[in-house]
Write a protein that binds this ligand. Structure first.
Ligand SMILES: [Fe+2]
Length: 379
């Protein structure tokens, strides 16, 4: 995009492919390990043809059943504080992985008198210790958390969302097995798949984008825009899961360098005030944010149109592509099901500009712009 110096750093060892989850056995031999999971994740794990007979049920903590919140993570840390653990395995979706990432760093920090609240106030405190080795095995394909140095924590009582960002939060190994997608409920396929596509888009229209991140986001968008609409109709198709798992992985690798941008910034209020699922909340404004960014195209959207093999006029074609994805999943009506009326939505506009997200967008955004984006997205 320009001649400036750029860098790429991601230390996660990635193992990808059907049945690759069996590889975890090689890492847990003679280790004192704990598996962080959800109820659904632990059921899948214990019945799994490749892992079920190998995993000890006592080693599974299956209490991550919603978005990670401060109190529940502190509780898990307190329960583990007297155990000697040398490996943590996250087996589940983005919430499970985010929780496991925080535990892998906050458990050793607790022994030094540093709490999760201390870390939330100052992310640099993560560097005061070495994290416990972490292996992430995603069972849904959306957040890309398995390859990012970020973790999200919520305080729903205060309607607040916190982010932790530190290189200590990178997994040591991520095992991405597309077979684990088969059996995912349709609504989870929709919201996680939309998150993956949206994150790739947010990385592309991001002022931190560089040639490395951009290649990942372009490929991710190509895979996601093609596979996600088909996957919701054919959720047992392994070839589609291969594409969706790659879409999510590449999206994660892209945002690991750039972070996300305006759709995520807007989405946090939609999730904390109305309970709208994360991926749906992000996708809701995606066509309008694209329209907003296209007015400042420096060539990156022409590349996207080329990658997607769209014809001219490319701006309209691109917007239509994202609108049709949202229509396929009925995003607008799902959102309207959570929101009492348009007024309640527009009243939150002042809370939708998060520093570190909204200001990553390639165009500057004011509250008036957010209102326009919300208006376009709602009608
Ligand atoms: Fe996201």
């Amino acid at each position: 995009m320009n001649n400036s110096i750029c860098k790429y750093y991601n230390p996660v060892e990635i193992i990808f492919g059907p049945s690759s989850r069996a590889k975890v056995k090689e890492y847990i031999v003679s280790k004192n390990y704990k598996i962080i999971s959800s109820r659904r994740g632990s059921e899948i794990l214990l019945k799994d043809i490749l892992l079920g007979g190998f995993i000890k049920g006592d080693n599974i903590i299956n209490c991550v059943n919603g978005y990670p919140d401060i109190a529940s993570i502190e509780n898990i840390i307190s329960n583990l504080i007297n155990e000697s653990i040398d490996l943590i395995i996250a087996f589940g979706g983005g919430s499970v992985i985010d929780t496991a990432k925080i535990i892998s760093i906050c458990l050793p920090l607790r022994n030094k008198g540093i709490s999760l609240s201390d870390v939330l106030k100052d992310n640099n405190k993560c560097s005061r210790t070495s994290p416990i080795d972490l292996i992430t095995i995603p069972t849904t394909f959306g957040t890309g958390s398995e390859v990012t140095p970020f973790s999200t924590v919520w305080d729903f009582s205060k309607k607040k969302k916190f982010s932790i960002s530190n290189p200590s939060l990178y997994s040591k190994v991520s095992i991405i097995d597309p077979e684990l997608g088969i059996g995912t409920p349709i609504r989870i396929i929709e919201t996680t798949g939309l998150d993956a596509v949206n994150q790739a888009a947010e990385s592309l229209w991001n002022k931190n984008a560089n040639p490395f991140s951009m290649q990942y986001s372009l490929t991710s968008l190509q895979l996601g825009l093609q596979s996600l609409p088909n996957l919701v109709s054919s959720p047992d198709d392994l070839d589609l899961w291969m594409q969706m798992a790659q879409c999510s992985l590449f999206s994660g690798l892209a945002i690991s360098q750039t972070r996300t941008a305006l759709c995520h910034s807007i989405s946090y209020a939609l999730t904390s005030y109305f309970g709208i699922p994360h991926g749906i909340a992000c996708a809701f404004t995606m066509p309008s944010v694209l329209r907003y960014c296209l007015e400042s195209d420096d060539g990156r959207f022409i590349r996207l149109a080329d990658t997607l093999k769209l014809s001219s006029p490319y701006k309209d074609e691109l917007i239509n592509k994202f609108i049709s994805l949202n229509e396929k999943i009925d995003v607008e009506n799902i959102v309207k099901g959570y929101i009492p009326n348009f007024e309640s939505l527009i009243n939150l506009s002042s809370q939708m500009i998060h520093p570190g997200r909204a200001d990553n967008l390639i165009r500057e955004v004011r509250e008036e712009d957010i209102k326009t984006i919300l208006r376009q997205s709602y009608s």
